[in-house]
Write a protein that binds this ligand. Sequence first.
Ligand code: NAD
Ligand code: DAU
Length: 340
Amino acid sequence: MTKRVLVTGGAGFIGSNLVHYLVKERPDWKIVVCDLLTYAGNLENISALLDENKIDFVRCDIADASNVEDLFSNYEFDLVFHLAAESHVDRSILSAAPFMKTNVLGTEHLLSAAKSHAVQRFVHVSTDEVYGSLGETGRFVETTPLDPTSPYAASKAASDLVVQSYHKTHSLDAVITRCTNNYGPYQFPEKFIPLFISNVLEGKPLPLYGDGMQIRNWLHVIDHCRALLLIAEKGIAGEVYNIGGGEASEVPNKEVALKIIHTLSASEDLLQHVTDRLAHDRRYAIDHSKLENELGWSPTVTFDQGLADTISWYQKHAAWWEHIKSGSYREYYEQNYGNR
Ligand code: NAD
Ligand code: DAU
């Protein structure tokens, strides 16, 4: 059935992958991307779909209530996938205000518009970082108490609570997804995997925070997109769904860095231990058995295969990331890494 679908943040990493996936899987849906095109948004990520008139694009700031109201009045959406956010932990440590504005206030504006325009389902794309950090054992389940550490994670936890309040107070049909670390094509090269791949390709050092033994639970972005569509269509209103890569993709950062170095036949001397991130979460691991048992989802891409494909993608798309790394990115890099 035709649906009018909004993807916020659809010019970013996960959003653009989701838009490509939806166009392929649900060709009769009318998809609209709304994105402010911050430093992280890039129309190149969806240019092929725009050129073929397969989607609409609206430049819109979700933190501006009138922008959001205009958007919802023009299209009358049935379904919203909300991904627009300030998404990088290190930037939230340098300056938290944009995170509160976009991630908390922006989410509220979207919920308010979804309520008044009778949107049928609101999929709020959140993160496992809202749960805080794990010790050596255990996994986050959906009922694990929220205990965010970084300003980024705090802003996402706050947005989750606002979503839940709209569901409880106004009966808005909303679901919350909490996913682990994604990797894959079109990821902005400030994040660990694309940063390390592109730095190796440029012959630059790889700044490994602290002892490098922090663990992340990697999931290929295409598996995240599969989960989001499934939850949008089959998830139960008001529920939270964890999404994760499973035990085999729980890998210490140093091991990921070495895999990248070895795949590219580079020298291990590129690895540089630098001052740790403030309040660096030690370990993330997600229990996604609710999604697996209730909706039949499980990851399909192994970490080794996904990482090899991703390295190859960044080798073939050097122009994409070289362009990004040549602009205001340099100032950020100096600010974040200059004194480490
Ligand atoms: P990203 O930074 O690559 O993309 C974010 C997009 O949001 C950009 O296109 C940006 O221009 C847009 N945006 C920012 N502020 C905006 C505003 N005020 N109005 C409209 N658009 C705005 O982020 P990502 O990694 O693709 O993450 C997408 C979502 O998924 C985020 O909500 C993030 O919290 C969540 N998430 C990410 C991961 C991950 O590993 N990357 C894991 C779990 C959840
Ligand atoms: O867990 C989901 C989250 O994953 C998402 O909600 C966030 O949007 C996303 O950015 C990501 O957060 P992380 O902080 O885990 O990702 P990041 O890529 O910044 O870092 C991954 C790990 O690598 C983390 O332990 C910090 C480390 N790291 C990162 C960078 C950028 C380094 O050692 N050196 C670096 O230069």
